[in-house]
Design a protein around this ligand. Structure first.
Ligand code: FAD
Length: 396
């Protein structure tokens, strides 16, 4: 019988396990992950950006955790020799509508207590000669990092403190009784715990349902396809370059991202997925698709976002359409510069009525806590989220 079991070897689960073991050094804690390595899903397939927190509703958990997350991520990486760089970010407006939206974002940055600079077209050109726009917001604190490296390091620190990890172990059953939680693994082995924390990313709703919790939301997978620039274009920008996001769409738009290994990626788009953890373009799962289309919330999302969804689909199959979105602010990139790069899949959590759950969402029962929604910037915020989860379970 373990004191605590944590399911999910992404950055949220690993951060929680590591911090819980620090706070309860005498407790027995087991971290279970179904893959053969940590960070194989969202954590290892993202843009690698340490967000500063400009976009989020002031006072939301997202805004609070993100601000704390920047400081704690930087401090963790410096202490543990993980690659990180605060290269700064420019949010670039390319027309009048975007300029107005950019000004609103500038106001929000102040409400969120961030240090930002407003640049006109000439100042933008001086900072980034290859980028054009009518103006930009400059965020000094945004950075880039190696999230899989961070996750592996936290897992190693967890083990050094006495924690145990079990890879290649898929959880297929959760049964909570008055005295304990019984967890069944795919090979038939049972693990018993006094308390359970579930951080299952794209599978979050499935594990909640597996336990018999009554939930009125589901995870809908959204593919994020990237390209990579050839090495001779690695110096095309000095900062991260983002478009001004469309407030009607819950994604940030295709951006130019300097990665921590020195390369530059373009992306991600936001495309309907048909397999939660299937990254190939043609991946399709009957189980995942049936689960999705039988949920009323999916149809409501589809109806609301039909036009933008169609555009994303078209630009995904027509490379020139994809390129056009980057050329708006970086005209010198050409079609031959778009080299293949691995896709990521986001877990979008959707209510039955079709509204998207924008903030972090956790649900609990007497002996379990499920992290049901940990959207971007959950990688940036993983340390404060882990700390918050520890506060919750230790208090209860
Ligand atoms: C394309 C894309 C770009 C993004 N860009 C950024 C960014 O730049 N900055 C940022 O801060 N955030 C970004 N995000 C968001 C961020 O990556 C995620 O919010 C974060 O990684 C979530 O971490 P997690 O641990 O909750 O989930 P995951 O990393 O998905 O981990 C969940 C883990 O649970 C395991 N699991 C699931 N079911 C079971 C089971 N039955 N048994 C055992 N194990 C199980 C999975 O195998 C997986 O390892 C991005 C996300 C995507 C997809």
């Amino acid at each position: 019988m373990y004191d605590y079991v944590i399911i999910g070897g992404g950055i949220v689960g690993v951060s929680t396990a590591w911090q819980l073991q620090q706070r309860r050094p005498d407790s027995s804690i087991l971290l279970i992950e179904k893959e053969s390595e940590f960070a194989q899903h969202q954590t290892g397939r993202n843009s690698g950006v340490v967000h500063s927190g400009i976009y989020y509703t002031p006072g939301s958990l997202k805004a609070r955790f993100c601000r704390l997350g920047v400081e704690e991520t930087i401090s963790f990486c410096h202490k543990n020799d993980i690659a990180i760089e605060q290269c700064g970010k420019l949010i670039v407006a390319t027309n009048e509508v975007e300029y107005e939206r950019m000004l609103a974002l500038y106001e929000r940055a102040h409400e969120n207590g961030l240090e930002v600079e407003l640049l006109d077209a000439v100042m933008l050109k001086a900072r980034e000669p290859n980028v054009k726009g009518s103006g930009a917001i400059f965020l000094r604190t945004t950075g880039i990092v190696d999230y899989p490296g961070m996750t592996r390091k936290m897992a190693a620190l967890f083990c050094d403190l006495g924690g145990q990890t079990q890879l290649n172990s898929k959880v297929v059953g959760i049964n909570e009784t008055n005295n304990m939680v019984d967890i069944t693994l795919a090979d038939g082995i049972h693990v018993e715990a006094k308390h359970l924390v579930v951080c299952a990313g794209l599978m979050a709703d499935r594990l909640a349902i597996m336990q018999g919790l009554d939930i009125d939301f589901r995870v809908i997978p959204y593919r994020g396809e990237y390209y990579q620039l050839p090495p001779d274009k690695n110096n095309i920008v000095k900062h991260l370059i983002y478009p001004v996001p469309n407030p009607l769409v819950p994604f940030l738009g295709i951006h130019l991202t300097r990665m921590i290994d020195g390369s530059v990626t373009i992306g991600p788009n936001a495309l309907q997925g048909y397999k939660r953890e299937g990254y190939g373009r043609l991946n399709f799962s009957v189980v995942d698709t049936l689960a999705m289309i039988s949920f009323p919330g999916f149809w409501n999302v589809l109806r609301k976002n039909f036009r933008s969804g169609l555009c994303e689909f078209w630009n995904s199959i027509w490379k020139r359409g994809y390129l056009k979105q980057v050329n708006k602010y970086c005209p010198s990139i050409t079609i031959s510069d778009l080299k293949p790069y691995p896709t990521g899949i986001r877990a979008m959590t959707v209510h039955r009525d079709g509204s998207l759950i924008d903030d972090f969402l956790m649900i609990d029962s007497p002996r379990t806590l499920h992290v049901c929604n940990a959207p971007s910037p959950a990688a940036t915020s993983a340390i404060p989220i882990g700390n918050h989860i520890c506060d919750k379970i230790l208090k209860e």
